[in-house]
Design a binder for this molecule. Structure first.
Ligand code: Z2T
Length: 833
C-alpha cells in the first residue's frame, strides 16, 4: 500500500525497547560484556586488549547510532538546506577516544573497563588508524566533519571506502623508505554501518549519442555497483551526529551474463575483479597529479554514486527540481570531485529533461570549489582520449560547456586569443587535455583558497584570468582550521586539564577564543610551573615511545625540535637536515668545554614520501643516515640527537605534537597553501620556526611576531631568485660558505658513499628551485635565536608558549566551518533534541 502505519505493532513495546543514552558505569560494563559474549563470541577468560577494544567500540557505537538516528530523522522532518563535502580523502585516525570524549562518556568507560581488568589506555591503543588520506587535505576534511557536527550544521561527507589506506612506511637498514600495504579493515571496522540496500549503478565506457536541445543518451559499457558504508560523526557535547558515506565498489549482480553463458567463467570473474578494484587503494600522492586511469575511475565512481544519492534524497522532499540549489550545496575538496559538475548536468539534462540553460543555472548555484595548492605539478589535467573511452557523454557535455564559455570570453575580451587559450577547458597540444581546475571554477559559484596568502596567489596567478572574467567577489579566502577536541583535549590531556582548571570550564573547547583568558595568568609563577610540567610530561611520554619503538634513549630535558609532514622538496626537510649537519660540524669543531654550553637538542623528523617520488625518498635516506652518524658520535652525545620516526600517522602526530618546544614549517615562500600542523603545534604551546608562508603568516598575526621565529625570502622575491638561478647562477661557495661546507661534508662519505647523495646535492648546486641556498644563512640565524631564547630565559620561553596557545582561537575548524556555512553555503544550524 505504501502508506503503512508507524510503528508497526504495539507502540508501547517499541518505546520500551528503545535504549537510553544516559548510561551509568553499570550499563556500560553490561554492554561491553554483552558484546564480548554475543557479538565477538568470546568470554571472560579469552579476551585480550584487541577484543576488549572491539567490544568497547561496539558499546560506544550504540550511543553514536542513537544520536545519528535522531539527527537524521530531524533532517528528514525539518528539511533544512544541507551541505555535502565531497572529498576523496578523510584522514580520520582513531575513533574510540574521540567518540567517548564527544559523548562525554570517557570517565565512565574508563571506570567500567578498569572494573573488567583493562586500562582504557591499552584499549584505545588497540585501535588501528583509519588512514584514508595522504596528509593535510584529508585531515582537513576530518576536522571539518567534526566541526560540522559540533556546530550543528547539516553537513555530510562523501568519500571512498578504500580497502587499503595510506601505505605503512618501513625504514630499511640502509635508511630507505619501504612501503607495505595497510589492510586496515582486516580486524573488521566497528565504526562503519554497511548499508547494503543503499546502492547506485555507475556506468563506464559505452557510447554517447546526442539528441536535440543539448540532450544525450549514454548506453552500453559496463556498470559497477556502489554500496554505501556510513560512518557516524559525533559532535562534541551535542546530540548532533552527522555522517560520512563511503562508497565501496562491487561487481553488479548478474553482471556480464554473456560470459557466463558462453562458459567463459574466467573472463567473467576477471571483469568482476576489475569492478571491485575501483575502491581497492588510496593513491599515495600528496600535491602531485599522476594521471592514472584507475584514479579517474575512482573519481567518477564516487561522484556519480554521491550525486545519485543526493538527488534521491532531494526528490524525497517533494520539491520541484528548480529548488535543488536552495536545498543542496556541494563543496568540492580540490579538483578531485570536479566530475560532479558534468555529472549533475547529465542527470538534469538527460534524465530529468531539464532544458540545458536551466540545468546550467542549477549546477552553478550548487557547487563551490576549494583549491589547495598553486604548485603546477599538482593541477589535474586528464587526457581527452581517456574521457572518450571511459566517460564519452561527459566529454560531450564538457565540449558543449566550453563552446558557450569561450564565446562569452570572446565577447568580454574581444580578440584576446591568448586569454581564450588559457581559460579554455581544453588544453591543446600533443593530445588534448581537460583542465579540471578551469572546469571547477566555471561550474562553481564560489572558489576559495585555504589561507590569506594562498587565496591572494590564487587570485593573482593561477586563476587571474577567471577573476578578470567573473569578478573578484567569486574568489574568497577561508583560512583552514583544526579541531581543538582531537588536537588538544584528546592528544594533550595534561594541558587540556590545566586550561580547564584555569579557565573554570570546558567551554573553550567550543569557543576557542576563550583561550585568551589564559593571558591573565601568563606571569603567575605557579601557573608557569604547571604549564612547563605539562610540556615535560608530554616530552617524557614521547621519549618513552621512542625508547619502546626504536630502542633509543632521548633526553627529555633537551629542546624538542620537530618537523613532521609529507616529505616534499617544497617543504624543505632538506633545509632542516642541512642545518642539522651544520650544527653537528659546529659541535665537532668545539672544545669539550665549549660543548657544555650548547643547548641540547633532539631533532625529530617524520613523514611519508610518495612511493614514486625518488628525490623525497633520497631525502629520507639522508636524514636517517645523518642521524645514525650523529647519534653514535661521543662528541655529540647529550647535545644533539637526530631521529627519523617511521610510519607517521594521525596517532603518531597526537603523540608528537604536544611534545614539541619548537616545530619547523619552512616551505619556500608561496608554496605551502596553508599548512595545518603549524596550527596544531602552536595550539599545544610549541613555538613556531618558519618561513613567511601559508597560515604561518596568520599565526604570527595572532600570537605576535615576537613569539614566532621567521626567516627567509618573501613570496614576491621568489620569482626573481629563480630567474637568477637559471640565468646567472652563483656557486654555493660564494652564496653561503656555511652551506658549501655542509655539502662538502656530505660528499666526504661520512654518511655513506658520495655517489648516493650526489643527485640530492646537485639539486642545490644546479637550479636550486626551492631556494635552499638563498635561505640557508637566514635559517641558521633563526635557529641561533631559538637556541638563545630557550637557554637564556627559560621563564620567558614558557611565557611565549602560554601566549601562543592563548592566542590561537582563530584556528579552530569551528570558525572555518561557520565561515563556509555563512559566507559560502548560506546554510543554518539545526539543534537536535
Ligand atoms: C594536500 O594535502 C594539500 C594540497 C593538495 O593539493 C593535495 C594534498 Cl593531498 C592538491 C594540502 C596543502 O599542501 C596544505 O598546505 C594545506 O594545509 C592542506 O592541503 C589543507 O588545505
Amino acid at each position: 500500500t505504501g502508506k503503512e502505519k508507524w510503528p508497526r505493532g504495539d507502540e508501547e513495546t517499541w518505546k520500551a525497547g528503545l535504549r537510553s543514552v544516559d548510561a551509568d558505569v553499570n550499563d556500560i560494563t553490561k554492554s561491553i560484556v554483552h558484546h564480548i559474549q554475543t557479538s565477538l563470541a568470546r568470554q571472560a577468560y579469552n579476551i585480550d586488549n584487541l577484543g576488549a577494544y572491539q567490544a568497547t567500540a561496539l558499546a560506544a557505537r550504540e550511543d553514536l547510532i542513537i544520536n545519528w538516528n535522531q539527527t537524521q530523522m530531524t533532517y528528514t522532518r525539518k528539511q533544512p538546506k544541507r551541505a555535502y563535502y565531497l572529498s576523496l580523502e578523510f584522514l580520520m585516525g582513531r575513533t574510540l577516544d574521540n567518540a567517548l570524549l564527544n559523548l562525554g562518556l570517557k570517565e565512565k568507560f574508563e571506570t567500567g573497563l578498569d572494573k573488567l581488568g583493562f586500562t582504557l589506555e591499552d584499549v584505545l591503543d588497540s585501535e588501528r588508524d583509519a588512514a584514508l588520506g595522504n596528509g593535510g587535505l584529508g585531515r582537513l576534511a576530518a576536522c571539518y566533519v567534526d566541526s560540522g557536527a559540533t556546530c550543528e550544521i547539516p553537513l555530510w561527507g562523501y568519500g571512498l571506502r578504500y580497502h587499503y589506506g595510506m601505505f605503512q612506511q618501513l625504514i630499511a637498514p640502509d635508511g630507505s623508505q619501504l612501503e607495505a600495504p595497510d589492510p586496515w579493515l582486516d580486524n573488521s571496522n566497528p565504526w562503519e554501518i554497511p548499508r547494503l540496500d543503499v546502492t547506485a549503478d555507475v556506468r563506464f565506457g559505452g557510447h554517447a549519442e546526442k539528441l536535440d536541445k543539448g540532450r544525450g543518451i549514454w548506453s552500453g559499457g559496463q556498470e559497477v555497483l556502489a554500496v554505501a558504508y556510513d560512518c557516524p560523526i559525533p559532535g562534541s557535547d551535542t546530540k548532533s551526529t552527522n555522517n560520512i558515506r563511503f562508497w565501496s565498489a562491487r561487481p553488479r549482480r548478474g553482471f556480464d551474463l554473456q560470459s557466463f553463458n558462453a562458459g567463459d567463467y574466467d573472463r567473467a570473474v576477471e571483469t568482476s575483479n576489475s569492478a571491485a578494484n575501483i575502491t581497492n587503494v588510496l593513491y599515495p600522492n600528496d600535491n602531485h597529479y599522476a594521471g592514472k586511469s584507475l584514479r579517474l575511475q575512482q573519481q567518477y565512481f564516487w561522484c556519480a554514486a554521491s550525486l545519485s544519492d543526493i538527488m534521491r534524497r532531494f526528490k524525497n522532499t517533494g520539491q520541484p527540481i528548480s529548488e535543488f540549489p536552495n536545498h543542496v550545496v556541494i563543496q568540492l575538496n580540490d579538483t578531485h570531485p570536479t566530475l560532479a559538475i558534468p555529472e549533475l548536468m547529465r542527470i538534469l539534462v538527460d534524465e530529468e529533461e531539464v532544458p540545458w540553460d536551466d540545468a546550467w543555472q542549477i549546477v552553478t548555484r550548487t557547487f563551490a570549489f576549494t583549491n589547495h595548492t598553486v604548485l603546477p605539478e599538482a593541477l589535474e589535467k586528464w587526457p581527452v582520449s581517456l574521457f572518450q573511452q571511459l566517460l564519452p557523454r561527459h566529454l560531450q557535455i564538457i565540449y558543449d560547456l566550453n563552446w558557450t564559455f569561450l564565446q562569452s570570453v570572446e565577447r568580454k575580451f574581444p580578440g584576446d586569443v591568448d586569454k581564450m587559450a588559457r581559460m579554455s577547458l581544453i588544453e591543446e597540444g600533443h593530445g588534448q587535455q581537460i583542465r579540471m581546475a578551469n572546469l571547477a571554477v566555471l561550474g562553481s559559484f564560489k572558489v576559495n583558497g585555504v589561507a590569506e596568502l594562498h587565496s591572494e596567489l590564487v587570485r593573482t596567478t593561477i586563476l587571474k584570468d577567471f577573476v578578470d572574467f567573473f569578478g573578484v567577489d567569486k574568489f574568497r579566502n577561508v583560512t583552514n582550521g583544526i579541531t581543538p577536541r582531537r588536537w588538544l583535549d584528546q592528544c594533550n590531556p595534561a594541558l587540556s586539564n590545566l586550561i580547564t582548571e584555569t579557565l573554570g570550564s570546558r567551554a573553550w573547547l567550543k569557543d576557542l577564543y576563550l583561550l585568551k583568558g589564559l593571558l591573565e595568568h601568563e606571569s603567575d609563577p605557579t601557573f608557569q610551573k604547571k604549564w612547563a610540567a605539562a610540556k615535560a610530561n608530554n616530552k617524557e611520554r614521547l621519549a618513552k615511545y621512542i625508547k619502546n619503538t626504536l630502542g633509543v634513549t632521548v633526553d627529555s630535558k633537551a629542546m624538542f625540535d620537530i618537523q613532521v609532514k609529507r616529505i616534499h622538496e617544497y617543504k624543505r626537510q632538506s633545509l632542516n637536515i642541512l642545518g642539522v649537519i651544520h650544527r653537528y660540524l659546529t659541535i665537532k669543531a668545539m672544545s669539550p668545554e665549549e660543548r657544555t654550553k650548547v643547548t641540547p637538542r633532539v631533532v625529530l623528523f617524520a613523514g611519508k614520501a610518495a612511493p614514486g617520488y625518488w628525490m623525497a625518498k633520497l631525502i629520507i635516506r639522508l636524514i636517517v643516515n645523518v642521524g645514525k652518524v650523529i647519534n653514535a658520535d661521543p662528541d655529540a652525545k647529550g647535545i644533539l640527537t637526530v631521529l627519523f620516526l617511521p610510519d607517521y600517522s594521525v596517532s603518531l602526530a597526537e603523540l608528537l605534537i604536544p611534545a614539541s618546544d619548537i616545530s619547523e614549517h619552512i616551505s619556500t615562500a608561496g608554496t605551502e597553501a596553508s599548512g595545518t600542523s603549524n596550527m596544531k603545534f602552536c595550539l599545544n604551546g610549541g613555538l613556531l620556526l618558519g618561513t613567511v608562508d601559508g597560515a604561518n603568516i596568520e599565526i604570527a598575526e595572532e600570537v605576535g611576531e615576537e613569539n614566532v621565529f621567521f626567516f627567509g625570502h618573501l613570496t614576491p622575491a621568489v620569482e626573481e631568485l629563480r630567474y637568477q638561478h637559471r640565468y646567472h647562477p652563483m656557486p654555493v661557495e660564494k652564496k653561503s660558505p656555511a652551506l658549501a661546507a655542509v655539502l662538502e661534508d656530505i660528499m666526504s662519505g661520512r654518511y655513506g658513499d658520495a655517489s648516493i647523495w650526489e643527485p640530492f646535492v646537485n639539486t642545490i648546486r644546479q637550479g636550486d628551485y626551492y631556494l635552499i641556498s638563498d635561505d640557508f644563512d637566514s635559517y641558521l640565524q633563526a635557529q641561533k635565536m631559538v637556541d638563545e631564547a630557550y637557554t637564556k630565559d627559560p621563564q620567558q620561553w614558557i611565557k611565549k608558549s602560554i601566549q601562543t596557545t592563548a592566542k590561537m582561537g582563530k584556528f579552530s575548524s569551528d570558525r572555518a566551518i561557520m565561515t563556509y556555512a555563512e559566507e559560502i553555503w548560506n546554510i543554518e544550524t539545526l539543534k537536535i533534541n
